[in-house]
Write a protein that binds this ligand. Structure first.
Ligand SMILES: CC(C)(COP(=O)(O)OP(=O)(O)OC[C@H]1O[C@@H](n2cnc3c(N)ncnc32)[C@H](O)[C@@H]1OP(=O)(O)O)[C@@H](O)C(=O)NCCC(=O)NCCS
Length: 172
């Protein structure tokens, strides 16, 4: 995490973070997840949500969510506060999920991203995700295609970093 230019502490999301994460959703997305939707994810046994906390004031700078179905990982959300972007926060959150995927022998991590969201596409590309398909008119407000991006983990990746990155503090 040497490249991290913003000092954050990455920890599992809990109920105490819900208000701030819901506010972050409203800032970042035209179809934000509500506080209730986020709360349900905390009770979902196959979901793991992380928050990046400002080390100085403890506020939520960013967050990310992962859902694991058998050996498949689906990244559901990644968002960082506008004033804290390009400081390595989303990359650090994704690195935890990549380490988790390697440490737990997941076959792949996958996600959808708006076709026009070049920043996010660049972010995922920087973490080894590649475009593998497109879902037409997947998004609303505005209607737009989704690009499906996936990073596969072959045998060469399995167990080379036995880290669970803290994500297993939430049982999967
Ligand atoms: C996309 C988003 C999560 C990136 O968060 P971030 O903390 O700024 O990302 P990072 O600083 O970790 O970026 C890591 C790398 O990703 C790429 N990247 C990230 N944002 C980028 C941008 N806007 N333009 C180009 N490349 C970008 C760069 O390669 C960057 O490395 P660099 O800064 O050393 O060049 C953030 O812009 C955001 O919250 N956007 C709104 C919500 C959203 O679109 N989420 C994704 C939904 S699929």
């Amino acid at each position: 995490m040497e490249h991290l230019k913003k000092k954050v502490r990455i920890v599992p999301m809990t109920h105490e973070h819900l208000d701030e994460v819901a506010a972050l959703e409203r800032i970042c997305f035209s179809d934000p997840w509500s506080r209730n939707m986020l709360a349900e994810e905390l009770d979902n046994a196959v979901s793991a949500y992380l928050v990046a906390l400002d080390t100085e004031d403890g506020s939520v700078v960013g967050y990310a969510g992962l859902m694991v179905i058998v050996d498949e990982g689906y990244i559901t959300n990644v968002a960082v506060r506008p004033e804290s972007r390009r400081a390595g926060v989303a990359g650090a959150l994704l690195d935890v999920f990549v380490d988790f995927a390697k440490g737990n022998s997941l076959a792949f991590l996958t996600l959808e991203v708006r076709a026009s969201n070049y920043g996010a596409i660049a972010l995922y590309g920087s973490r080894g995700f590649r475009g593998v398909g497109r879902r037409e008119n997947y998004y609303e407000h505005p209607k737009e295609d989704a690009i499906i991006m996936t990073r596969e983990f072959g045998d060469e990746d399995a167990g080379d970093e036995a880290s669970n990155g803290g994500a297993t503090e939430k049982s999967l």
